[in-house]
Design a protein around this ligand. Structure first.
Ligand code: COI
Length: 349
């Protein structure tokens, strides 16, 4: 079904100095909102950013029926605005929604909503080299009912916020072997709110111990690396780029996919497989040069400087000639339109 998006423009809220603010702290002037009722999407609108009115009984507040995405728009070298990998983000959003018993959002509605919002708030897309507009499509269950059930009513919304570096320095991470993020058959591959809420406690403990993030391990052996807090995990050593396979317990990261594709095209050997922390310890103890980094939309490429495994800390290679920076540069060059985009990842407004 075709959806018409009505647009209500706001008088004007000035773009402030967004660079000095924490990630995601200030929204742009507008937001997109559509309601799902009686089995269909209706009232699709781009409106001035405003607070929601929700019943305290709204199911999302009690049972966590929420799903989100994170994507980015950039100013390209020629001044046009590019929204990166819309199709892949829609694909993952659809899979997350399906897993959480939430209604499908047609691709056209998803893309039109984001296009209209970004176009209207184009002034908010940072022009700086290290800036982007972070776009957050999300859905919440809004039916007001305390009983545990799949909601019959939902809101699909898109908000956006100017973004700069998510992590400002190389990370210290701790391999987590007590708590788990996801188990086989669970929701680990879905971008649902509960996955993040459940991660807070172990992450806070890691922070208290002096680390920025955890590196999750599998729920059975507590040995195989899964992902890091807000991103997929990658390692480069022995001339191979190694990353845990998408087995259903980790997110099918869009940046992960982008970097692996770029790496393969550069002739780098890529392995998607189990990565035991014992394997890492062995490589560190043999004195190998090991790169470790996170890959995510918000984080892009986040170098890891220290990995704590048990009581020992191991130092990773973060010097400027590291492969991870070459991959990051190749990604930025495609997004900026200064290198060809053979996979049609760019959606240029
Ligand atoms: C992203 O990288 O887009 C994420 O969703 C991670 C985080 C900001 C929650």
């Amino acid at each position: 079904m075709e959806h018409t998006i009505s647009i209500t423009e706001q008088a004007e809220r000035k773009v402030t100095d967004t660079k000095s603010l924490p990630f995601g702290k200030i929204p742009t002037e507008h937001m997109f909102i559509a309601e799902y009722k009686n089995g269909e999407w209706q009232n699709a609108q781009v409106v001035p950013f405003h607070d929601l009115t929700l019943s305290p009984l709204a199911l999302c507040l009690h049972y966590g029926q929420t799903v989100f995405e994170g994507m980015k728009a950039f100013v390209m070298a020629d001044g046009k605005i590019n929204i990166f990998r819309m199709d892949k983000h829609h694909d993952r959003f659809s899979k997350s929604l399906h897993r959480m018993c939430m209604p499908h959002v047609p691709k056209k509605l998803f893309k039109d909503a984001i296009h209209q919002l970004v176009q209207l708030d184009a002034e908010w897309v940072p022009k700086e080299e290290d800036g982007s507009l972070y776009i957050r499509p999300f859905m919440i269950a809004t039916e007001d009912r305390i009983g545990v059930k799949v909601s019959d009513e939902f809101l699909f919304m898109v908000v956006a916020s100017p973004a700069f570096a998510y992590y400002t320095k190389p990370l210290k991470v701790k391999v987590e072997t007590t708590y788990v993020r996801a188990a086989a058959g669970g929701t680990g591959a879905a971008k649902c709110g509960g996955n993040y809420g459940g991660a807070f406690y172990p992450t806070q403990q890691a922070r208290d111990a002096g680390y920025d993030q955890v590196l999750w391990t599998d729920s059975v052996h507590h040995e195989f690396i899964e992902e890091s807090g807000t991103m997929n995990a990658m390692f480069y050593y022995d001339n191979v780029l190694v990353t845990p396979q998408t087995s259903g317990t980790i997110l099918d990261g869009v940046t992960r996919d982008t970097l692996l594709t770029i790496a393969r095209e550069k002739g780098i050997v890529v392995e998607e497989r189990h990565v035991s922390y014992h394997e890492l310890v062995k490589a560190f103890e043999e004195g190998k040069r090991i790169e470790a980094f996170g890959a995510g939309t918000a984080a892009v490429v986040a170098p890891i400087e220290i990995i704590a495994i048990g009581h020992k800390e191991y130092k990773c290679y973060v010097e400027p000639d590291a492969i991870m920076y070459q991959l990051q540069k190749a990604l930025l060059d495609i997004r900026k339109g200064v290198e060809p985009d053979p996979h049609k990842w760019n959606y240029v407004i």
